[in-house]
Write a protein that binds this ligand. Structure first.
Ligand code: AMP
Length: 178
């Protein structure tokens, strides 16, 4: 299945979680066996081309794609978690959301010094979440070789913000709008 075939498997829900947002729902993509397998294959190919040593995934939907890619490449998987979940002292970062702030945490021992990390999430919008994860993974000792997504919303400029932070980004699909 080629990448463009995956587009039809993404469900679009208008006005979720609030008015004006077009929610790009990957539940229907992961709910399609061949579609999910193809998405993971394509992402794994790109992570391999970026010479990943470690795959990191951002909670929660980034775990679905990230862990599958890590297993496909037999690479270690590092979870970038929401607060209060890891049972060890953590590195933490607060970041701005459209309304309020979010926090992400990582186990500082999870990333070998200098390891090339490919960080995965389902979707990049403004890039705020991915940038926070990049900063944490760098503080943990990693070199972030690539940020990889199933979906990019280029109108929100997240990929550009990652590029400005020195991180190449890539996505299987792009969708117009917010
Ligand atoms: P951002 O930090 O703005 O790049 O937002 C990215 C995070 O919010 C990802 O974890 C996405 O799962 C989620 N997200 C943001 N906008 C959307 C959207 N339009 N559809 C689905 N998920 C979204």
């Amino acid at each position: 299945m080629n990448v463009e075939d995956l587009r039809a498997l993404v469900r679009t829900i208008p006005d979720f979680p609030k008015p004006g947002i077009l929610f790009r729902d990957v539940t229907t993509l992961i709910g399609d066996g061949p579609g999910f397998a193809a998405a993971v294959d394509h992402m794994a190919g790109r992570a391999q081309a970026a010479r990943a040593d470690v795959i990191a995934g951002i909670e929660a939907r980034g775990f679905i794609f990230g862990a599958a890619v890590a297993a496909r490449l037999a690479l270690p998987f590092v979870p970038v978690r929401k607060p209060g979940k890891l049972p060890v002292p953590v590195l933490a970062i607060d970041y701005a959301l459209e309304y309020g702030t979010g926090t992400l945490e990582v186990d500082p021992g999870a990333v070998p010094d200098g390891a090339r990390v490919v960080v995965i999430d389902d979707l990049i919008a403004t890039g705020g979440t991915a940038l926070a994860a990049v900063e944490l993974l760098r503080r943990a000792g990693g070199t972030v070789a690539q940020a990889l997504f199933a979906i990019d919303l280029p109108d929100l400029n997240g990929a550009q913000r990652l590029h400005d932070a020195g991180v190449p980004s890539d996505a299987l699909l792009t969708f117009d709008g917010h």
